[in-house]
Ligand binder design. Structure first.
Ligand code: HXC
Length: 259
């Protein structure tokens, strides 16, 4: 295929997408995410495919949006280009998507996993929304999906402290449906995808659509995500966003100025 950052392979009725940017721990650059969207669209339009699996490597599912790409962006740029707006595409895919997560699923990586319909995780998987430590907030549904999944107090703890959480916690909280040995995660995810893909596609899609209608509280998920993205973009107006990302890249502690 013509992709530079992902591998695609279909196995019977299951379409597999493997994030493959190992040097950056599968950091989700715009280019990488456009490739995910393109592959999702192809699987969506392929009548042979009944379910999709997204995975990474043993070390990282994805360590977040690409900090090096974001660092120097201004508020005007991110707002005018609706930066990362294309991340919403996955939510329009009607076929079921299973995430097979090993290693780091941080920031946008955690949000990508939570955007999937079912998450299987390896015992050593590490989840988290560390954006706060970079001087930004989650921007791809993290504050919304986490709160709906695990409730306000836990979501606040995770989002405001930026602390990571384990696969075992994620399972207890309902974000992950099964914790498996590292070398079984992908295999079991593909098995599940094959089972689902063997069922009626429109009925499976209706099931998915209906479950999704049950996940919103005061704001619809779309409204919530829209509002969240605007706030995420707004953090690019802060000096602390520049400092947080710069410090990460320079491998030092950030010096916050609260402006
Ligand atoms: C760009 C990244 C990256 C990222 C890792 N790398 N994460 N590059 N964006 N998100 C790069 C590192 O810079 C490094 O490149 C290489 O990958 C290996 O990473 P190390 O840090 O050396 O590995 P390690 O010490 O094992 O630490 C792993 C880690 C750490 C704990 C996962 O990399 C980390 O904290 N990453 C950032 C996690 C994060 O904050 N994610 C949220 C991003 S913001 P070099 O060139 O040095 O070899 C976000 C906003 C979402 O996601 C908004 C969505 C709309």
């Amino acid at each position: 295929s013509s992709y530079k950052n992902i591998l695609i392979e279909s196995n019977g009725k299951v379409g597999l997408i493997t994030l493959n940017r190992p040097k950056a721990l599968n950091a989700l650059s715009s280019e990488l995410f456009h490739e995910i969207n393109d592959a999702l669209e192809k699987y969506q339009n392929d009548p042979e495919i009944g379910a999709i699996v997204i995975t990474g490597s043993d070390r990282a599912f994805a360590a977040g949006a690409d900090i090096k790409e974001m660092q120097d962006k201004t508020f005007a740029e991110v707002y005018k280009s609706n930066f990362l707006g294309h991340w919403g595409k996955i939510n329009e895919i009607r076929k079921p998507i299973i995430a097979a997560v090993n290693g780091f699923a941080l920031g946008g990586g955690c949000e990508l996993a939570m955007s999937c319909d079912i998450v299987y995780a390896g015992v050593k998987a590490t989840f988290g929304q560390p954006e706060i430590k970079l001087g930004v907030i989650p921007g791809a549904g993290g504050t919304q999906r986490l709160t709906r999944a695990i409730g306000k107090s836990k979501a606040m703890e995770i989002v405001l402290s930026g602390r990571n959480f384990t696969a075992e916690e994620a399972e207890r909280w309902g974000i992950v449906s099964k914790v498996l040995p590292v070398d079984k995660v992908l295999e079991e995810a593909i098995n599940l995808a094959q089972q689902i893909a063997s069922l009626s596609q429109p009925v499976v899609q209706a099931g998915k659509e209906s479950v999704n209608n049950g996940t919103s509280f005061e704001l619809s998920l779309k409204e919530g995500c829209h509002f969240e993205r605007r706030l995420f973009q707004g953090t690019f107006a802060l000096r602390d966003q520049k400092e947080g990302m710069k410090a990460f890249i320079e491998k030092r502690e950030p010096k916050w100025t609260n402006e």
